[in-house]
Design a binder for this molecule. Sequence first.
Ligand SMILES: NC(=O)C1=CN([C@@H]2O[C@H](COP(=O)(O)OP(=O)(O)OC[C@H]3O[C@@H](n4cnc5c(N)ncnc54)[C@H](OP(=O)(O)O)[C@@H]3O)[C@@H](O)[C@H]2O)C=CC1
Ligand SMILES: N[C@@H](CC(=O)OP(=O)(O)O)C(=O)O
Length: 342
Amino acid sequence: MNKALTVAILGATGAVGTQMLACLAEQEVPVGELRPLASARSVGKTVVFQGKEVAIQEAKPEAFDGCDLVLGAAGDDIARELLPEAVRRGAVAVDNSHAFRMDPQVPLVIPEINADDLSWHQGIVANPNCATIIGLVPTWPLHKLAGVSRMIVSTYQAASGAGEPGMAALEAEMKALVGGDSMPAPQAFAAQLVSNLIPQIGGEQYAGYTSEEMKLQDEGRKIMHLPELRVSCTCVRVPVLRSHSESVTLEFERAVSLEEIREALDQAPGVKLVDDLGAADAHDRFPMPIDTSDQDLIWVGRVRRDLSNPDEARGVSFWCCGDQIRKGAATNAVQIAKLLCS
Ligand SMILES: NC(=O)C1=CN([C@@H]2O[C@H](COP(=O)(O)OP(=O)(O)OC[C@H]3O[C@@H](n4cnc5c(N)ncnc54)[C@H](OP(=O)(O)O)[C@@H]3O)[C@@H](O)[C@H]2O)C=CC1
Ligand SMILES: N[C@@H](CC(=O)OP(=O)(O)O)C(=O)O
């Protein structure tokens, strides 16, 4: 990638958009001109990119004139309204919202799994749901090893999964708790999050499952090209500021040893195997969100047999953690952008 690109970030002031600024620099995308776009509320503010302040512009169709690449980091409605306008003006768009993910004309891509799907894009590529990316990056090498037929997953999702408002809500509640002040009324979440867990992310979508829970099935089937994959997922919001965690149980088509599983995880791109339950210095010997925040790998540990599987050799359980603003959103999107623009 040699040509200097004109790059717009739609939603440049939010949790994902701000991270994209850092990821563009870290992944050495040759940005000639950066256009940070946000709502009219943000006009007059600036973002800092490569040490320089850049003025935020209002997101409207003309803002995409002359753009090569648009990184979408706003909500579904804004993405639906504006990204087709960007593509009409000649840009390619990588979008983080849910708007286009299940559109059969739009590839849904985790580069470690299905980069080949980029070959059929028509201007827009979708970035998957954050919990889906974090669960699938370590599942994919095990699928290649023994064929995954069933996934049972529980997620432990950080407050910042709900963007800047989610992070601000948890910080305000932590401050009130420590200061002995009255709790602010819940705004970003259905209930107080500090000292609590909330087993509801998204609205009810299907048979008692929430929309967030169904994403792992629907998006996972599309990304891994496994239309029959059986998935049951429970998503829980936890009082952690950043980095999602997941408990994953897989059932395989073929028997496979724990050694082979560990070897496959150890070699897998995007994965760091951190698995020593008995270590004297337990810290960092199993993945924890405090250690996986602000870095790009999915850490995997607690690898063990699924004792509930009647054929033990066809089952495994593991625990994984990853930064959902980075690999679950901005890092993955910039990786896709680099492949598209190379
Ligand atoms: N947070 C996360 O962990 C993840 C988020 N995502 C997805 O990424 C997207 C962004 O999420 P996140 O960063 O968390 O959200 P935030 O709430 O932190 O940021 C939202 C962004 O959208 C902008 N925006 C709001 N209204 C408009 C508008 N009318 N026109 C243009 N821009 C507007 C905001 O600008 P302003 O400041 O001006 O209001 C802000 O830049 C969402 O689709 C989300 O589902 C995906 C994976 C993980
Ligand atoms: N909903 C996720 C983050 C997210 O924005 O996902 P999606 O892009 O699929 O709406 C969370 O709250 O942790």
